[in-house]
Ligand binder design. Sequence first.
Ligand code: NAP
Length: 345
Amino acid sequence: MKSGCKYGTHRVILPEGVLPQAALKIDNTMEIYDNEILVDVIALNIDSASFTQIEIEADHDSEKIGRKIMEIVEERGKMQNPVTGSGGMLIGVVEEIGAALKDKIDLKPGDRIATLVSLSLTPLKIEKILSIKQDIDRVEVKAKAILFESGLYAKLPEDMSENLALAALDVAGAPAQVAKMVKPGDSVLILGASGKSGMMCAYEAMKRVGPTGRVVASDRREDALEMLKKNRFCHEAFAGDATKPVEVMTKALAHNGGREYDIAINVVNVQNTEMSTILPVRDGGIVYFFSMATSFTKAALGAEGVGKDVTMIIGNGYTRGHAEITLEELRESESLRAIFEELYV
Ligand code: NAP
């Protein structure tokens, strides 16, 4: 067995010298190096921004979506959408563990895992697409993948279905960061609040703000917002188009007694929503961009342009304990779990 770099740089083909995530092409030969893990893939959970882009390009036709996914993986050696740059994650069964890793990790062949590093850097070889579930961005496949030594993973829990765990772990970074960022008494605005990560963030924010705080949810569909209110995942909610900043700001402030927010969280899956997130936040507040459709340029120049001295956080997909915090939400809240079962499984 050959020895590999902890970060997987030994698999980078093009351009030379970059890490696998930034590479245009990586080596997806399914013969492992001594510090890699070979995974027999069950399903891919394509990142929402990526899946939405492919779906639109393919006119929502499953065959065309499948062809596009195969094309991307054949060209890049990984499932990284060339337009959004994003990936997603996968679930599978550990098939083989490199000799140099065997004694260092708590995994053995046969364990079922979810990879918690993006598909945008994971060597992947798809033999066949078995089915495409457009409503939940999921692609069932016959495929193999490689996890690098630095690659994060979670063993799939026994007390919930694989698909339920996969749905939640896909967005694990967001609720876990909300858990660390939101303090008692904070006012929190969430854009895209009735989506998958939105609901988890809203639930977590409600827990963290306590009786003196306030969580206001926004999304574009009224019915979905009713569901959030009914389940007490927010104090108040309003429908609005996150690509229309003035409209969103006006409604957002009206739902917070005219005051600007301490924190705004963006979990929308479309472009041009930066200013709707920035405008309603007070000077010294926090703007948290989890959305992969966020533009650094638009956020940075936009905040400067309106003279907002806010701290802007890029939604790192990983924060310590993110898988545990996220799965715990589904154990704590029967209603959140029931909604996830209904919508994403
Ligand atoms: P999701 O379930 O599709 O949720 C997105 C929500 O945004 C939906 O409720 C959607 O409403 C709403 N929305 C779309 N366009 C809108 C608009 N113009 N105005 C207001 N709301 C709008 O997506 P998700 O899985 O939670 O992911 C959310 C974002 O996080 C995506 O951009 C995804 O790429 C990103 N993400 C980031 C990481 C990371 O590591 N940072 C990891 C995973 C995902 P409809 O349902 O009506 O369209």
